[in-house]
Ligand binder design. Structure first.
Ligand SMILES: Cc1cc2nc3c(=O)[nH]c(=O)nc-3n(C[C@H](O)[C@H](O)[C@H](O)COP(=O)(O)OP(=O)(O)OC[C@H]3O[C@@H](n4cnc5c(N)ncnc54)[C@H](O)[C@@H]3O)c2cc1C
Length: 417
């Protein structure tokens, strides 16, 4: 076996969380190594909706990357709003508030992850990032307090030791499993299916993404997200506990909804499925869990940071990568990789910025258990421009979103205040 090579910073996984970490390490001139099991371009099961938060991180990393995306409308479809369809079939269109910056055409966009992740991957800076693909990690461990990784690449076994490991290796993170004592295998709290279709009719004239809160999926939903090139990403997400308890076959629920739901069946009459219907887990953020420890940090899905209400995870993956890089920069400057330091510089910063949002989304997800409440809000909003404006504002204003958690919000709608 080859002798161990030592690196200061090792990132495992080159999805949005790993790329996000790498972008900001490179910006600060910090050399690092990335080990990735796949070979890019690689697919990731997802709804393919890239939010304003993702745009914020990309803008902070390198604004011209976003301009490049918005110049290629044939590949990245600008996303300007969202349509909620309540369990009673009533639709509510909400345009995102758009305070656009020069070079940007919309607050977000949709793009197949195969293309988006490859875009991010192509922006890794070879001057600072030593990227190794097609690796198979055999073990992640600590020996004498030192992080040790044994992996195979092209039939050869290699060993790396690292001062800090960033777990950016997704929902089945082996870094989490190896190091997160007592919380190694976080159960995936939702499962989702994704399918690509052509020929879906009745799409919104401004390509709004659609969330259908059909009663069979609550508190999850079925989605239709228009993509470039006349395709749609269509999928469904549901709580794993519900799937298990009621022995639900999610694929059957999904296909039956497309064939029989009154709001969907006509629209899918001539639609054609492209490829297979694929499933994946969604580790949701529901509370403030530890996301670091002695010599390691977890980011993105490895840290279970998917928004419990919207199912959005790319934004938090990129965002946590950005914060992980900032924590690492401090750790190197002060020569500290101990658990207490990383907790203060990473966990505390992450929850200071995302904690309120996580709390609010977890409550909103629970509210979706009540179809009548959903129907009630959508019915009222359909008639009230003020209420529609309030809901639109919730996409950018957390204080407004917090209102949704409070009984007074519903009381005020009831009495039109
Ligand atoms: C059905 C579904 C729909 C979704 N829809 C949306 C949506 O519309 N918008 C949104 O923002 N989010 C959505 N999400 C969530 C989003 O896909 C994730 O939150 C996001 O991909 C997390 O990024 P990540 O970098 O943490 O993990 P990943 O994207 O999973 O990347 C992890 C990387 O690590 C690599 N890796 C894994 N294991 C190893 C290993 N052992 N060694 C080396 N490399 C490894 C993988 O190959 C991969 O490249 C959805 C998720 C699902 C399942």
């Amino acid at each position: 076996m080859a002798p161990a090579t030592h690196v200061k910073i090792l990132i495992i996984g080159a999805g949005p969380a790993g790329c996000g970490t790498s972008f900001f390490l490179s910006k600060s001139g910090i050399p690092h190594t990335i080990l990735e099991k796949a070979v890019f371009p690689r697919d990731k099961v997802c709804g393919d909706a890239i939010s304003g938060k993702s745009c914020y991180v990309m803008r902070t990393a390198n604004a011209p990357w976003l301009h490049e995306i918005f110049r290629k409308e044939d590949q990245f479809l600008p996303s300007r709003g969202i349509q909620f369809v309540a369990p009673n079939g009533k639709a509510l269109d909400i345009r995102y508030p758009d305070a656009l910056r020069p070079g940007e055409k919309a607050p977000g966009f949709t793009v197949p992850r195969l293309r988006f992740d490859n875009f991010l991957f192509s922006k890794l800076d070879a001057q600072f990032a030593d990227v190794q693909q097609d690796v198979s990690i055999k073990s992640v461990s600590k020996e004498g307090g030192v992080n040790k990784i044994v992996y195979q690449q092209h039939g050869e076994e290699k060993i790396l030791t690292a001062d800090i490991i960033v777990g950016a290796d997704g929902d089945k993170s082996i870094v989490r499993k190896a190091f997160m004592e007592g919380n190694e295998a976080r159960k995936t709290d939702s499962v989702g299916l994704r399918a690509y279709y052509t020929g879906v009719t009745g799409l919104h004239e401004n390509d709004f993404i659609e969330l259908h809160f059909i009663s069979e999926a609550l508190p999850g939903y079925l989605w239709i997200f228009p993509l470039p090139e006349g395709r749609c990403n269509v999928g469904i997400g549901m709580l794993s506990s519900r799937v298990r308890a009621k022995k639900i076959n999610l694929r059957d629920v999904f296909q039956k909804a497309l064939q029989t739901n009154p709001a969907l069946r006509e629209r899918f009459k001539n639609a054609e499925l492209q490829g297979k219907i694929l499933g994946w887990g969604l580790p949701m953020a529901t509370e403030r869990e530890p996301v670091s420890g002695e010599g390691f940090l977890l980011t993105g899905d490895a840290a279970a940071l998917i928004d419990a209400f919207s199912g959005e995870g790319v934004g938090n993956a990129l965002y946590s990568g950005m914060l992980a890089a900032a924590a690492i920069e401090k750790a190197l400057a002060e020569n500290r990789t101990d658990a207490a330091f990383l907790k203060q510089e990473y966990d505390a910063q992450l929850y200071r910025r995302l904690g309120d949002e996580i709390r609010i989304s977890a409550t909103l997800q629970k509210l979706c258990n009540y179809p009548w409440l959903f129907n009630f809000v959508v019915n009222k909003a359909a008639k009230s421009p003020e209420l529609r404006n309030t809901i639109s504002g919730m996409f950018s204003d957390l204080d407004l979103r917090d209102k949704l958690r409070k009984p007074s919000f519903y009381f005020n709608i009831l009495f039109n205040r």
